[in-house]
Design a protein around this ligand. Sequence first.
Ligand code: KG4
Ligand code: ZN
Length: 354
Amino acid sequence: MSLFLGIETSCDECSASVVCKTAHGAIEVLSVATFSQIHIHRPYGGVVPEIASRNHLESINPMIDQALQEARIQPSALEAIAVTNRPGLVGALLVGVSAAKAMAYALGKPLIPVHHLEGHAASVFLDQKHEIQLPLLLAIVSGGHTNLYVMRETPDHWPKDFLQRSLIGRSRDDAAGEAFDKTAKILGFPYPGGEWIDKKARGGDPSAIPLPRALPQKNTLDFSFSGLKTAVALQVEKLKKAGTLEQKISDLCASIQEAIVDALLTKIFLGARENGCKSVAIVGGVAANSRLRERLSLEHRAHGITQEPLFPKLAYCTDNAAMIAAAGAFRFSQGHWIRGTELLTLNAVANPNH
Ligand code: KG4
Ligand code: ZN
């Protein structure tokens, strides 16, 4: 059994967590301490990078202390420290990276640099042990990414360039979470709007309002969500003129959600079929969406996916340090860590392709 501290500050969540990797390879979460800055950025309708870094600076040490205290462990008991060092807002990443470097150096512990998206991929293994059937179709669907991957190895055996090597489809413009957030903004919901659309869609008719599905053709696994916001803006104008916007808000939310979920499922099923995947995992903030979970659970078998779809627990869909600690634990077993003076050279990288 080994204990790992994870640190995540790539965007607007300042999070620290202790996880335990058991002798059987399961990941148990012992603590997660997160300071969410959502309420701070809400008045601006999105994340303001400079404000994010300043708030990370104030909350990083208290979050680390809280995570260690809740897990009831001394820092000396840690096997290693994992930190998101890429991609993200560079000023925000730097706060977590600096804290992790200082701590690892002072304690003489190994430091594991983690790619944020590998963290999301690892979130499906937090507090749940799956007998996954490979290859697995992995969809990372968040506020910043809509990427499809074919996972051919268990996380302990991910190749070093796992993300580049296994990518089979991505959004050409807005991410799915961004499509939720931008259309929610048009409707006047607070940021981030995904969960508002999810809530308001309940009881609405998903076929009430016609909205476009981009790139429906079978020769691409890419997505495009940028046309949706224009279409929604036009529908909102129409409903306002007719004086029926209030009355139709549930139908409109259900229709927006259906357009996004349809686009996601079409490519997920196509990608799974083309790559012989018998299992599928959806991770990232949008994996919390109730309609996506419901439809995937109902429809996967018809598309040759024999295993029940895998989702992270709801608390681990959006950004959190437990997933970073887990990805770090997987990478640690492959020797992807640095220590001593070498770790002082670690940098934060904004670009997702590094
Ligand atoms: O993974 P995440 O926390 O941040 C990134 O790394 O981007 O994802 C945040 C995204 C936001 O766009 C938010 O609106 C969306 O996840 N989201 C949802 C739901 N909960 C969060 N979208 C649809 N339905 C939800 N229930
Ligand atoms: Zn994320």
